[in-house]
Design a protein around this ligand. Sequence first.
Ligand SMILES: [Zn+2]
Length: 511
Amino acid sequence: MKKFKLLTLFLLIYLTNAAQTYYSPEEIPDPKEYGDGFVSDPDGFISSTDEDYLNDIIKNIQEEKGFEVAVVVVNSIDNKAVLPFATDLGNLWGVGKGDRGIVILAAISDRNLAIATGYETEQFIPDLVTQEIQQEEIIPYFKLEDYGQGLITGLEVIEAIVLGEDVPDYVEEAQQKQKNVKIWEYIAMGVGGLLILLTILVSPKLKTVITNAIILVAAVVVSLIAYFVFLKESYTASVIFDGSVILGFIAIAVNAFIVVKNETSAIWPYAVLISCVVGVPLTGLYLYGYTAIVFFYLSGAGIIFGMFLLTYLITLFQKDPYHKFHTIKVFKLDVFAYVFPFPMYVVDLFVENQLESWRNRVRYSKKTGLEMHKLDEEKDNKYLEKGQVAEEKVKSVDYDVWVSGEPEDILILKYTTWFSKYSTCSKCKYKTWYLVYDKTISAATYSSSGTGEKKRACSHCGHQRITRYTIPRKTPPSSSSSSSGGYSSSSSSGGSWGGGSFGGGGSSSSW
Ligand SMILES: [Zn+2]
């Protein structure tokens, strides 16, 4: 009999405490339904003394400044992302009058904690500050399993902040840091805005304006997708959105320079501007704490730029401009300028000028020592073989023909085009071999493989080859369910909470 009683007791504890899991904000008991307290502690982690004290603090800041705080301590929310859960809860209950709401949510077994802030609260208690309060005040007590004391200490700091009393140093530091981040955002946007204006002034084409608008919208859309699909668990919406706007402006700025570049060839203004365009957001990212991104960018740009300097050094020891040209040619690849606009965009402009000058520099014949001159594209054809003319025609190779006036004193220099669709023909050896078509003869199904056909031909000698290949059997799609990450912001002002709404402000921690 005694054994049975004990078992019942354990079972009761197990059921009412350890096993409780709340899968949605709707399942959390609303304290306003039972009285006028602000604390929901259905699994009994906080003593009634601590709960009374928490209610006193909240009542005080509510009467003084209109802030409303919901303190929710539960056993588990099934390890769900705690900040979005707290945000949804704040919206569901409508915590805070005039969006001055705060939800502190602790899921004890999950070891997760979040402070979610309403729209207006964010201005008083920025995300960085909520993070510091968790780390400095609440979590040390949570580690000792003194949940009531942790929440009281944290709430006392919140009280000091909203009442304008003395706050710990780390709060002031975090507030200053958040202000710095804001200032850098404005500077980045200002520089981006000026550049857009500059582009429009220099190149008042509708196409430019539309391209820039598309880039900005694309950056925001990509970031929002990234946020809802991948990052919702770790970052708040505002951080992601700010980041996307800054990235969008970088993209616009790079695009703007590509447009402006075509109108003039001066390099130094771009050097100054591009370093601002990249430097400002990099500094912003650094202040935001994204030091890894900044480090990655600087080390990548440094390595590429170092390689360029070494290569340029080699050209100083080369006599023939033709050799110099081919040594440094690789840095004309636009991809470097796209990935590391600073400094590679400037390098790109510099290399372009160098290549142009090396290719056209006056030459002296090695045979006769006479000054030579370059023939134009029409005249040079009679010195070229038919295959070379065919290559020039399909633009896979460009030939410069230099003559001195003496018969037989001719120099032919070859400039191969990168990323040409033409390759070398196995028969005539000219770069005139290309893919004519690639078509499906019979399509692959889930039960059988298919057949494709490719035709390649030479536009010079007419040599051609038709090959057939197998298209592998299709694999049936796996039935992986996609989780929808919808943000329910139903602000039904139930109970007697103030009716505030939350937009994802705040932060979360684990211990
Ligand atoms: Zn051929």
